[in-house]
Design a protein around this ligand. Structure first.
Ligand SMILES: *Cc1c(COP(=O)(O)O)cnc(C)c1O
Length: 456
């Protein structure tokens, strides 16, 4: 298994051929799921005591299994938050794997962690956080949000009267599901501030005024969103920062999706106030064109994260030794052993330069504006709200929820597009509407027109 023989050499060539083909592909098939039983019927037993051989296993993957996946970088994949990793970053993901680097501690991973940190410096510079702010790459936005919430809570519990007290977090109804899920993980209560669009200073003040004394004492953090996943709405970050500062609350900004837009001059002003955050989540695997999985958590004061996350163990003491001094990513988030998952971003940034990143993010924003214009001019559809960042919500006149579902499946089955419906509040009820989220600069005007025409 660890030997080199002719089979391995052939396998390597096959794998490289596949990778080159995929990385350079300009037209992709939109794969679709099959039922597990059907996949099993098609590939049979793959894990056996004897092994089925690399050639066979790879053939099954290439000819059957990968076809039952949706390529996230398909230009007509506009559902959820799509992705469009650069070809350079995908290539370097291969290199990252081939290099077998332990990304937890400087002692083992110095050269790789150095690269990650160079990319991180650029990310931090986009936020405008003061000197000293820094961050680490995580498995995604969920892990980043959890790392921030643990740091906030531990910091709050330095005050002995908070030890053993159940925490409370305020966020908005538009916050990502992971905020609610991670509040469960840290066993904190959560209050969702209701607002039609962004959460403002006044919404937050009103919610805090309504708290009982007991609840106010338990409140330790406010989570604002820098681009809601559903609609691209950015909370009033500056106003919320002021409240947090006055009330001595941790201010976290979840910009997992929207964070990439910090690079875009056309919308950067919408994020004013983000530079006052205590922590910020940004997912490079969403709008900064990195392959999965790559999130990031940035702290105004990384020392607080270190106090919360640094792990102790006799087998880990060596890393604190003189000879091992350097930046240890594991000290600042929840994961110990980790891949140097920021490397693909670093390579692509180094290769292309940050101006190209600005350009590519602006393209997503332009596509959303363009879709807005096309929708406005089309008789059967209308905008639900003006496009925000790269999200567009629109309705097909006279459609029931089932019509949206049928339309989604029809387009997906035809291998044409993957665009899914969402819900938007309309008065007291939630209306099913269609949603575009643009990330991929390769999406074309004709793609948008064709998708809208598919609703006729
Ligand atoms: C996608 C998203 C998350 C979750 O990130 P993962 O990388 O999927 O874990 C959190 N917050 C927001 C705003 C998001 O858009």
């Amino acid at each position: 298994m660890h030997n080199i023989d002719i089979d391995l050499v052939e396998m390597t060539l096959d794998v490289m051929k596949y990778a080159i083909h995929r990385i350079t592909a300009t037209s992709l098939e939109l794969g679709q799921p099959k039922k597990e039983e059907e996949l099993k019927r098609l590939v049979g037993e793959t894990v056996t005591s004897e092994g089925i051989g690399g050639e066979k296993a790879f053939q099954l993957f290439r000819d059957v299994l990968v076809k039952a996946t949706v390529p996230i970088d398909h230009p007509r994949h506009l559902a959820f938050v799509p992705a469009a990793p650069t070809r350079a970053s995908i290539m370097f993901d291969l290199v990252t794997s081939a290099s077998s680097i332990h990304g937890a501690y400087w002692m083992e991973g110095a050269g790789g962690i150095f690269c990650e940190n160079e990319a991180m410096k650029w990310l931090v510079s986009l936020t405008g956080l003061p000197k000293g702010a820094f961050g680490v790459f995580t498995s995604g936005g969920t892990a980043a949000n959890l790392s921030a919430m643990v740091t906030a809570r531990e910091n709050w519990r330095k005050d002995s009267k908070n030890i053993g007290v159940r925490g409370l977090v305020i966020t908005s109804v538009g916050a990502h599901s992971s905020i609610k899920a991670m509040a469960k993980v840290i066993d904190a209560d959560i209050i969702l501030v209701d607002s039609e669009n962004e959460m403002t200073h006044d919404h937050l003040v009103k919610a805090m005024d309504a708290l009982s004394d007991e609840k106010r004492k338990r409140l330790f953090a406010v989570v604002a969103t820098g681009g809601t996943t559903n609609a691209g709405i950015i909370d009033d970050l500056d106003g919320i920062a002021t409240v947090c500062e006055n009330e001595n609350l941790w201010f976290h900004v979840d910009a997992a999706y929207g964070g990439g837009a910090l690079a875009a001059d056309s919308v950067r002003h919408l994020f004013n106030g983000i530079e006052k955050a205590d922590s910020i989540t940004i997912d490079p695997h969403k709008w900064l064109f990195s392959p999965y999985d790559c999130g990031a958590i940035i702290y105004k004061n990384p020392e607080l994260a270190k106090e919360a996350h640094s792990q102790e163990g006799s087998y880990l003491d060596i890393f604190k030794d003189e000879g091992a001094i350097g930046f240890n990513p594991s000290d600042y988030q929840i994961q110990l052993t980790r891949r140097v998952r920021g490397l693909p971003l670093w390579f692509s940034l180094a290769m292309h330069g940050t101006d190209k990143y600005k350009w590519a993010v602006e393209e997503g924003i332009k596509l959303a504006q363009l879709a807005g214009e096309i929708i406005t001019q089309s008789p059967n559809v209308e905008l639900v709200r003006a496009p925000s960042l790269s999200c567009v919500l629109f309705r097909r006149k006279n459609w029931e929820p089932q019509d949206y579902t049928d339309w989604t499946y029809k387009n997906h089955k035809a291998g044409f597009a993957l665009v899914t419906p969402t819900k938007w509040r309309n008065g007291k009820t939630y209306e099913t509407v269609a949603r575009f989220c643009f990330i991929n600069p390769d999406t074309k005007k004709n793609d948008i027109i064709a998708i809208i025409n598919s609703m006729n």
